[in-house]
Design a protein around this ligand. Structure first.
Ligand code: HEC
Ligand code: HEC
Length: 424
């Protein structure tokens, strides 16, 4: 390579310079009547290009001769700075890290707990006692477990809407307490953010447990020496029993009410035989129909503490005949609701916030139509390029609905399913 430079470059410069000198001496010189010095000066002026080219060649030649180590760091630095520029550019305009396919997750074996209320065995045992304590209701007839029957009714009550003290019916369906520990928002409208905050609600709610004041709860429990001991063991001191600690103990107990034992979890953890073929078809449809847009993550709700991003959605989002049929509008308006978890959903009917639907097939049809536009009427974006066109907006067929329901049944805890079958 360095030879090629010299072999071609040097003769080229010399020949070019010689031609120029000849031209000045034979033609331009005599024509302009120049002296010998004048001729060389003119040759030099016209030959500037050759001189510059000669200098460049000399520099290039010198570089080639330098030892490898001298020049390598210079080249590296040039490459590195180019990478910096590229890295910075991608930082300013990050490519979305979305996966083409939905990633299915099993329920974590342990529910997350807040730093200010760590669980321990004594606290959990106290919480369990309080969960079943009828003294916490105004007339002493109801405990949390009266409406949230853990085993016979999978943590709910199987009624359309709850039955409170003095046989008053409330406006909302009772959700299960199982896996509530994985939710970032509680209640159908998501108005409580933590189990601690939630637990104070029903005790004081006049149509649920109907206790007059927090002080009344404290007074009743402080009278009982065994409660004074249980609270001391749970919280490690002998401070007087407080309403806040009642809620903390109940919350710690609820964090143990979790069901990572559904066939779905076994399947995701690697047991390929855990789901039936109908359930597998339903699982694929659950993704392809778009249910995972909202019912996502290990607790099948975007209001999940693990991986949840956006807890609320408008429901019903699209106008359909179902909203009249099941009275789904809230004071005539489309309400904003927390996305319900679908774990154990096959065991906790009737369904929806007002408990108005008692067939799971029907809930799936309502969801597909009201939340995903599968009502045969709508146009939709065909693709990400925002082209308007007719996508498949036909209502789900009976077979598809049955398969999705089969999949929802695979979200039922095996322990709870057996407990319910064993019931007389
Ligand atoms: C009279 C029946 C009744 C009683 C008693 C009752 N609850 Fe509830 N529970 C409900 C209803 C109804 C809701 C939903 C209310 C709403 O969303 O507005 C609910 C909601 C909840 C939730 C939220 C679940 C979720 O997914 O958002 C938890 C947790 C809960 N209750 C725990 C308790 C605890 C703890 C007690 C006792 C201190 C208790 N409940 C007593 C009927 C009851
Ligand atoms: C746009 C968000 C969204 C989509 C998509 C969606 N859902 Fe829902 N889903 C919700 C909301 C919000 C609720 C709570 C409704 C309420 O408050 O009454 C809910 C409730 C449910 C319930 C009732 C839970 C209960 O305990 O009563 C079931 C079952 C359900 N969805 C299944 C599905 C299925 C199956 C699909 C796919 C065909 C689907 N959902 C698609 C948002 C959605």
């Amino acid at each position: 390579m360095d030879n090629a430079l010299l072999d071609i470059g040097l003769p080229a410069v010399l020949i070019g310079f010689a031609c120029l000198a000849l031209m000045v001496r034979k033609e331009l010189g005599p024509f302009a009547g120049l002296s010998v010095a004048g001729r060389w000066l003119l040759t030099g002026l016209f030959g500037m290009g050759f001189v510059a080219f000669g200098i460049k060649m000399a520099v290039a030649f010198a570089f080639q001769r330098l030892p490898e180590q001298t020049i390598a760091p210079l080249l590296d630095r040039a490459v590195a700075s180019r990478q910096d520029v590229e890295a910075e550019a991608s930082f300013r305009n990050p490519a979305p890290a979305r996966q083409a396919h939905y990633v299915w997750q099993a329920l974590p074996e342990q529910a997350p707990e807040p730093a200010d209320n760590p669980g321990n065995a004594a606290k959990v045992a106290l919480g369990k006692r309080l969960f079943n304590e009828k003294k916490l209701s105004g007339d002493g007839t109801l405990s949390c477990a009266s409406c949230h029957d853990l085993y016979a009714h999978a943590g709910a009550d199987l009624r359309p809407t709850a039955l409170g003290i003095e046989r008053q019916t409330g406006p909302r369906n009772t959700p299960t307490v199982w896996n509530a520990a994985y939710m970032s928002r509680l209640f159908w409208d998501g108005r409580a953010a933590t189990l601690e905050e939630q637990a104070m609600g029903p005790i004081l709610n006049p149509i649920e447990m109907g206790l007059s004041t927090p002080a009344e709860a404290e007074r009743r429990l402080r009278l009982d020496a065994s409660y004074r001991n249980d609270f001391a063991r749970a919280f490690g001191d002998r401070q007087p029993i407080s309403f806040v600690r009642v809620a903390q103990a109940i919350a710690a107990y609820e964090r143990t009410l979790i069901t990572p034992d559904a066939p779905y979890d076994r399947f995701v953890r690697g047991d390929a035989t855990a789901l039936t073929s109908a359930q597998l078809r339903g699982m694929a449809l659950f993704e392809s129909t778009g249910c995972v847009l909202c019912h996502r993550g290990p607790n099948f709700s975007d209001a999940g503490l693990v991986g949840g991003e956006s807890a609320f959605r408008i429901f019903p989002a699209n106008a359909t005949p179902y909203e009249k049929q099941y009275d789904l509008l809230l004071d005539g308006k489309r309400g904003t609701w927390r996305i319900a978890s679908l774990r154990n959903v096959a065991l906790t009917g009737p369904w929806l916030h007002n408990g108005s639907v008692d067939k799971l097939e029907e809930v799936v049809r309502i969801m597909a139509s009201a939340q995903l536009g599968r009502s045969g009427k709508l146009n939709a974006w065909l693709n990400d390029d925002r082209q308007l066109g007719k996508a498949d907006r036909s209502p789900l067929g009976d077979k598809d609905v049955a398969d999705i329901v089969a999949f929802l049944e695979a979200l039922s805890s095996e322990q709870l399913t057996h407990a319910r079958k064993a019931k007389p």
